[in-house]
Design a protein. Structure first.
Length: 765
């Protein structure tokens, strides 16, 4: 669908006049941003409305996280008006680029939240009726700065520029009840546009408010104190996104958030069903629910509770749940599989806890299988609850799903062999190529036309044309690198020459992702160059990552890398050949700039740990080779693009498992002086260690009961081998062809493919 440019301009001027008493010539950035967004919303409204009311079965994607990033550029592009708007603003002396100052909506931690955002956009593009349900956190993921090399966190005021892309829908407010508190849940709806599509999805985020506006009269009564406290608690539920990624922290506020979100969503839905006089037993004909990891799994007992309150028997309600809930698992890390204390649940939401117990009883009756349980020793295992009730359970890459079947969920698989399926993750090629790398997109358009925008497998048609694209590709990559270098100079104050190789690792900071391995290799090169024992082509090692504020070791790694950066960049003997930068506040918008400018994509998790990874796909789509392990979707990247076109190293899942049993890193260190030298910087004063965190990091790798859990030391030598090979190859024609071959082989990793697979195999839409 396309707007008429004229109609858009008229609407825009109307809004500027009515809401800001100004016009196109005089409006400031903020007024313009809000008015442009509102004008687009207004023009697209009929399309949004028609999409909601088309009577088709819909899937509701329940997720505690939606990492949407910045909406405006993506929305204008998907609506097909970005060029018109740019030209219009230019006519009045404005630059669309000024909206780069608009804050990202960072209502997510990392991969899982960004995946949810990609899926919404892809579903709208492909005409699949998919809506997101989540929480409208007042503060998103913290803003990160570095001080003396340490991470500092600040509140993320993502609403600073306003939220013109959402509509508050008071009419649909509901009351969520905890044993000690009633809360008003008010939805804010954001349209999700598809690329060149008439389908518009809805992202509905719930905000918590006091049930009654504050009543000053209460001060006169005995209950005054309590009342004031209740009002305070009600707003607090949505205050902030929990900044943990892959680590379960059993906080009651987090439990409140989870229940708040699913209860509000289901109450709202059931109320609508009743208003339309539907038989609730037939709910699965009109809706299904995708549970994005365990965070929204309380939706299952909550729907059981609501349906029985509406008159269904337990068996009828259970049948509805079996047919409507599905579950995606995003991690095998034991510390991420959510478990809640029975007491906490029965205290806070007693009726919901009763339904969980009823599920446990039914499980025992149905299977008699002693290996399967939901509640054990007064702990509720949320993944098991989902495994029991969900119709389909999926992993997010072939390797990951295999591990789930063989290990993590083996007993469940034996009982329900049809339940577990794989749907490999994907990314939206609109944000991750068209929008972030328009020059490369245009080059592809010129070769094979524009069909690939919505049919990414068409990229394969590039294969015969790759040699003729080489020069342009190199030029575009060079320009993107220059832009990124300028941006990094401005934001971080560090100079990286665009002619350097850009070696990039950006992702959440976690021990299993092994940023430490990369850092140790940087030290290896540093000392090699310093002592004139080795040469590498000039390389910039670029890091970006946030550490969970309570994750000590992850924060130590940040300090480690920042001190390495200071050492390397400050050494005139070495800095002509190497630079190191850890960018601050890595987020979706930063990623857009980095992904199109990288020469090397570091995907170096210990095999078996990274469920899929999605940044690996973003780099690939932008024509970047992977330096990585056989983990997650890297395996499928190699299947598609050829292992020989990437740089693969390290233990495989099987090896890693075998090695871990009897493994002594100290022996390996003793045999490798260069590695020892790099490690010693943590304890020998080479790097400042004001707090002793580097020493702790050193110890975690070398001493104690189970040192080096993630095989950093074990994989070091092979990592160096692969990295040196890559650096040697860099710049040759063969190397650039590898980059292009990866781009041409990225078709599989479109989120369009993934959502279509969900729609066919799971949602039956
Ligand atoms: C309970 C705390 C918690 C918070 C977040 C546990 C687990 C999570 C997420 C599952 C972490 C996450 O984002 N996982 C990532 O999901 C991506 C999308 O499927 C995958 O590509 C990544 O490999 C996986 O780490």
């Amino acid at each position: 669908m396309k707007f008429r440019a004229k109609a858009f301009e008229e609407t825009l001027c109307g809004i500027l006049a009515a809401d800001y008493a100004t016009d196109l010539a005089h409006a400031n950035k903020r007024e313009l941003y809000n008015a442009v967004s509102k004008a687009a919303m207004r023009e697209a409204y009929p399309m949004w409305q028609a999409s909601k009311e088309n009577g088709r079965k819909r899937c509701k994607y329940f997720s505690a996280e939606f990492l949407m990033g910045r909406a405006i550029f993506n929305n204008l592009m998907d609506l097909g008006i970005i060029d018109d708007v740019r030209a219009l603003l230019q006519k009045y002396g404005h630059d669309l680029g000024e909206f780069e100052e608009v804050e990202d909506a960072a209502l997510g931690n990392g991969g899982l939240g960004r995946l949810a955002a990609c899926y919404l956009e892809s579903a709208a593009t492909k005409g699949i009726p998919l809506d997101g349900y989540g929480i409208r956190y007042r503060y998103g993921l913290f803003r990160q700065t570095f001080e003396q090399g340490f991470q500092h966190e600040e509140g993320d005021d993502w609403l600073k520029w306003g939220d013109p892309w959402s509509v508050r829908v008071d009419r649909d407010a509901v009351v969520v009840e905890f044993s000690d508190l009633k809360v008003r849940a008010v939805p804010y709806d954001t349209p999700v546009f598809g690329y060149g599509s008439d389908t518009v999805g809805t992202l509905r985020l719930w905000s918590s408010e006091p049930v009654q506006a504050f009543d000053f009269g209460a001060f006169n009564e005995m209950q005054g104190e309590r009342k004031a406290e209740e009002n305070f608690n009600a707003t607090k539920i949505c205050d902030v996104l929990y900044p943990n990624d892959n680590t379960m922290v059993g906080k009651i506020l987090r439990l409140r958030q989870q229940y708040f979100m699913v209860s509000a969503s289901l109450l709202d839905l059931v109320r609508k069903e009743k208003a339309e006089k539907r038989d609730l037993r037939t709910l699965p004909e009109r809706y299904c629910f995708q549970l994005n990891d365990t965070h929204p799994v309380l939706a299952i007992p909550e729907l059981l509770r609501i349906l029985q309150r509406e008159g269904l028997t337990f068996d009828e309600a259970f049948d509805v749940c079996r047919k409507s809930f599905n579950f995606t698992n995003h991690t095998i890390m034991a510390e991420a599989l959510e478990k809640w204390d029975s007491l906490a649940l029965s205290d806070l939401i007693p009726e919901v806890y009763e339904e969980i117990l009823a599920c446990q009883r039914r499980l025992t009756q149905e299977t008699g299988n002693k290996k399967l349980f939901i509640v054990r020793d007064n702990v509720v295992h949320m993944a098991n609850l989902a495994l029991y009730v969900a119709g389909k359970v999926n992993g997010v890459a072939e390797l990951h799903t295999g591990i789930l079947k063989r290990e993590t969920f083996r007993d469940w698989c034996a009982q329900y062999p049809e339940k577990l399926i794989n749907i490999t993750n994907g990314i939206t090629p609109r944000r991750w190529l068209l929008l972030n790398n328009p020059e490369l997109a245009a080059l592809i358009d010129a070769e094979i036309g524009k069909n690939w925008h919505t049919e990414l497998s068409e990229l394969a048609k590039l294969k015969p044309h790759l040699p003729s694209m080489l020069e342009d590709f190199k030029r575009i990559k060079g320009e993107n690198k220059a832009k990124l270098a300028a941006y990094i100079k401005e934001k971080e104050g560090i100079e990286i020459p665009p002619a350097f190789i850009f070696d990039v690792q950006v992702k959440r900071l976690h021990e299993y992702k092994r940023q430490t391995l990369n850092a140790l290799s940087v030290l290896y090169f540093y000392f090699g160059i310093k002592e004139k024992k080795l040469e590498i082509p000039p390389t910039a090692f670029i890091f970006g990552a946030k550490a969970a504020p309570g994750y000590y070791m992850a924060k130590a790694v940040i300090k480690f890398i920042n001190e390495i950066a200071a050492l390397v960049n400050g050494d005139p003997e070495v800095s002509p050949y190497m630079r190191v930068v850890f960018v601050q506040n890595y987020n979706v918008s930063y990623a857009e700039k980095i992904v199109c400018a990288a020469d090397i994509s570091e995907q170096i998790s210990m095999a078996g740990m990274e469920a899929s990874g999605t940044s690996n796909m973003k780099f690939m789509l932008n024509g970047t080779v992977t330096l990585g392990t056989m983990d997650g979707a890297n395996v499928e990247i190699c299947e598609e693009a050829g292992r020989e076109n990437n740089y693969i190293f390290g233990a495989t899942v099987e090896e890693a498992e075998a090695v871990s049993r009897f493994y002594c890193p100290r022996e390996l260190i003793a045999q490798n002086p260069a590695l020892e030298r790099a490690l010693n910087t943590m304890i020998d004063g080479t790097l400042p260690d004001e707090t002793g965190c580097l020493k702790k990091l050193y110890e975690s790798l070398t001493t104690g009961h189970a040192p080096d859990r993630y095989l950093v030391i074990y994989d070091f030598a092979d990592y160096i081998r692969a990295k040196e090979e890559l650096l040697r190859d860099y710049g040759s024609e063969a190397f650039w062809m590898k980059c292009l071959y990866n781009l041409a082989s990225a078709g599989k990793f479109s989120a369009d493919r993934s959502v279509c697979a969900y729609a066919e195999q799971i949602w039956k839409i």
